[in-house]
Design a protein around this ligand. Structure first.
Ligand code: TPU
Ligand code: MG
Length: 570
């Protein structure tokens, strides 16, 4: 392509390819058809079809987890409003997903026309306005002249902030001529650090840690968007203290590391972890996020006076804020400034063997959750990535031991049931060398099941363990009622339906430990498509940690409204 033959659509395609996208996820509609043609003309990117826009947004979200960024392209109104749910998820989970929507012809607003797929009013701006709340940059292109700078602004903001962005391309501008893109350096993140601010933060943090007899580290999910995993490990090794990991950060610190001290989830932390955290007198929380879920209904919140809260671009040391710096640089500089203090790692090593449950043995009979996790554990290798869905699957997955190099994906902030199937689809395309294993509940599967068919279409050997416990077990643990029972499906049989005579998808059933062994062996041989293993579990056979967690979250949900004081009421 010569420099003067770019169009708005091909410019956008070139930018997406420049930031490393080899795929983009689409659902066509007449507002985006010409744009899809322009995107198709870029030989560096493949266009991937999705069954609906919600799935496309989650596929792009999963792709961003594997590949650093993702994009999905949808039509106006009916398409984009569905995709915005997954974009909210990408915001919550700190993933730069670019949502691209076709838009009305530029002449229609001024002409006062009413258009299909809209609210039937003369205002077409609402979609960008909604997107503005759910992204870090939302642009609507109105002329080919301005398109390059608006596209660059959206993509640059997304990469810098690790948040989604929105780009609206009117249907009559996708093919309009525009300037050629410049070098990719215009888009790559480079937020400045203020050396004085960094120095002040490191000095305060090092002094605080030095004053603690029993310092400890807590790894949180924002370590990944901050690109701070290596720096965090450097700090851990400089201090030599125990390192607890939040469930949403599982995999960001190696679990075979001598300093690893388990999964931190309040009352239901892994053995020895909660006790060590309680014993520590100073905690550096790196990229941590404290919510009702991660604090187990606010029952575990580290005392503000005893923590350093190190966020993406803000460090708080015992209540004092330091900005103008980034997490990775802060942790790395702090590692050079601290004095070793292994008190908490020594304590954890003493506690853990006494508290850890005995490993369970092979159980060939009726399938139980403990046999299921035992067999899934044996499947995990340095090449595998485990995706766990909202529900019992979260709790079955988070306490497994990850071998060095294994990936772990959880959507714990947004928590949209149905995320894991399309996200696994996107992840599998973004990381073709990894072996993908998804744990999903029957309820969650019913939300986005169709995307299994795309795994068949694109020959992706994802292994899906579907926990069929006949309902919404996680909800039942929080608050039960008739609404937590769902219509059963023939989940394994569904895969033949999706194959439709052409495809290598496999659907298997396991209701005993032996059947599960056999199903896993068959899945290993199926390299040309997904294998879904429907695992029959009793309704009550769920992770004990979920039962305790559910009770405590329910108690937090049930707090009565705070009574107004006299002055508030008047
Ligand atoms: O817990 P388990 O293994 O039975 O999982 P399953 O069967 O997938 O049920 C999940 C139940 C559930 C609901 C209905 N978990 N969270 N929710 C609330 C919810 C509703 N709608 C969306 C889009 N996301 C949610 N998390
Ligand atoms: Mg269920």
């Amino acid at each position: 392509m010569t420099t003067d033959s770019y169009t708005v659509g091909s410019y956008l395609a070139a930018r997406l390819a420049q930031i490393g996208l080899k795929h983009h996820f689409v659902v066509p509609g007449d507002y985006n058809l010409l744009l899809l043609d322009e995107l198709l003309s870029n030989p560096e990117m493949k266009q991937i079809s999705c069954a609906n826009e919600l799935n496309a947004s989650f596929a792009a979200e999963g792709y961003a987890r594997a590949n650093g960024a993702g994009a999905c392209v949808v039509t106006f109104g009916v398409g984009a409003l569905s995709a915005l749910n997954g974009i909210g998820g990408a915001y919550a989970e700190d993933l730069p997903v670019i949502l691209i929507s076709g838009g009305p012809n530029t002449n229609d607003a001024a002409a006062g026309h009413l258009l299909h797929h809209t609210l039937g009013t003369h205002d077409f701006s609402y979609q960008r306005e909604i997107a503005e709340r759910l992204t870090c940059a939302a642009v609507a292109i109105t002329s080919a002249l301005d398109a390059p700078s608006l596209i660059d602004h959206a993509i640059r903001s997304a990469l810098r902030r690790r948040k989604p962005a929105y780009i609206e391309v009117p249907c009559n501008l996708a093919g309009a001529a525009c300037a050629a893109p410049g070098p990719v350096s215009a888009l790559t993140p480079s937020a400045p650090t203020d050396p004085a601010a960094l120095h002040a933060a490191v000095t305060a943090a090092a002094a605080f840690l030095d004053s603690c007899a029993r310092p400890m580290l807590l790894a949180g999910p924002k370590l990944r968007p901050a690109g701070a995993q290596t720096a965090f490990r450097k700090l851990a090794e400089a201090l030599g203290c125990a390192v607890a990991v939040m469930p949403a950060a599982k995999g960001l610190f190696p679990e075979d590391h001598p300093l690893f001290a388990g999964i931190a989830l309040g009352e239901v932390s892994s053995p020895g972890c909660r006790e060590t955290l309680a014993w520590a007198d100073g905690l550096l929380c790196a990229g941590a996020v404290f919510t009702d879920y991660s604090t187990v209904g606010w029952t575990y919140v580290p005392p503000a006076g005893q923590i350093i809260d190190a966020g993406f671009d803000m460090i708080r040391v015992q209540g004092r804020d330091f900005g103008g710096l980034l997490l990775a640089g802060f942790l790395s500089a702090l590692a050079d400034a601290v004095r070793p203090n292994p008190a908490t790692s020594v304590e954890y090593a003493r506690l853990r063997p006494r508290l850890a449950p005995a490993p369970h043995a092979y159980a060939p009979g009726k399938l139980t959750r403990s046999e299921l996790v035992r067999q899934v554990q044996a499947l995990l290798t340095p090449q595998s990535t485990l995706l766990v869905e909202t529900g019992d699957s979260w709790f079955e997955g988070m306490y497994l031991t990850l071998p060095r190099g294994a990936g772990f994906e959880i959507e714990m902030q947004w928590g949209h049931i149905g995320w894991s199937v399309p996200a696994a689809f996107g992840y599998a395309l973004g990381a073709p060398v990894r072996r993908l294993i998804a744990l999903v509940g029957d309820g969650a599967f019913q939300v986005t099941a169709q995307e299994t068919a795309q795994m068949i279409r694109y020959k992706l050997p994802v292994v899906i363990f579907l926990i069929n416990n006949r309902g919404y077990a996680i909800e039942a643990e929080i608050h039960d009622g008739p609404y937590n029972t769902i219509k059963n499906w023939d989940y394994a049989g569904l895969i033949e339906v999706f194959n439709a005579g052409k495809g290598a998808g496999k659907g298997l059933r396991a209701s005993t430990g032996d059947e599960l062994v056999s199903a896993i062996a068959q899945a290993a041989r199926n390299t040309q498509g997904p294998t879904l293993i429907e695992c029959a579990l009793d309704r009550d056979d769920c992770a004990p940690q979920m039962i305790t967690w559910g009770r405590l979250v329910a108690a937090a949900n049930a707090r009565p409204p705070r009574a107004k004081t006299v002055s508030e009421a008047s």
